[in-house]
Design a binder for this molecule. Sequence first.
Ligand code: MG
Ligand code: MG
Ligand code: MG
Length: 359
Amino acid sequence: TSLSLLSRFKGALVGAVLGDCIGAYFEFEWAPSIEKEKIVNLVNKIEAESKKDKKKKVWEFTDDTAMTRSVARSLIAHPDFSSVDMAKKFTEEYHKEPDRGYGNAVITIFEKLKASDYKDIYKPASEQFDGQGSYGNGGAMRISPAPLLAQREEDNDKITKIELTDKITRLTHTHRDAINGAVMQSLAINLALKCHEEVDIDNFVDTLKSDMAKVEEKSRSKLPKPDTEDGAEVEEFPYCKVLETVREYAKQEQKPDMKDINDNLGTEISALKSVPAALFSFLRASKYGDDFKDRNPFERTMMLSISLGGDTDTIATMAGAIAGACYGINVIPESWQTCCEGVSDAIEFAEELHKLQGK
Ligand code: MG
Ligand code: MG
Ligand code: MG
């Protein structure tokens, strides 16, 4: 296709920023879904605001973008990955701007890292939740620069996107579901970089599912099983299983009921109950207009992902990264870009990561 890799890189990183900034507007409502009128009104407001010459309102980014920026900056400085550098960047960024809305537990890690002078980089994360590790979506929400850096098949004999994603995620999240959720998000971005205009939903899900089957097979033996409160059996292939539900809701003719999405995919703070919703939003919006018929597929992805409610900034940031990787920067409205904080940095990071291709 004529869509360049650079355009897709910019699309992915800008899409991620926009999802966070725009989605964050509804984050504290924590509603089971957001009415479409509210989202349309917000987007209209952003578009009106962008036309002002001065005193434009700026929609600010949250922890999702703060951490993604550190991932990007660290990978650009150390393309072979430096755990110490990345952990330092996360920690310093947090201490510089602690009010970006970080998860409650993750900040303990930053305190411990700083106090220990970065001695044992992976230890604080492994101590979270009595050694169970965080299952939050904080690993998945920030991963977008990694699949861009390691997008080429040839890179897989250096550090694969899966290894890279795993190492970045473990700095804060050691729970199986948090790591595998970040891996699924990473693989989805990578697949989206190769998509043509028309997204083949079945093909996308099939490819992702076969990769995730290997990932989940591996983590069956390698990772401690998470214990569940009620002592119920632990699902061994939770992501493979939910991918079938994603496929079903993405493809069905009828617009899915938001309650069903909430019940069966989830819009929560955990990776397992938010990464699938982001992927669903991208896939569904590639094919159907539903409530946002007058919008392009990128815009629809963003608006649909926010309308699911719950952890809106994080689901939208993940959906935005996938959609941006698929459609490129040119379909992303200028007006949205000028009103959201951190867009020009994201474009710079995309350019730097693109320069590193083939090195
Ligand atoms: Mg956030
Ligand atoms: Mg590489
Ligand atoms: Mg969030």
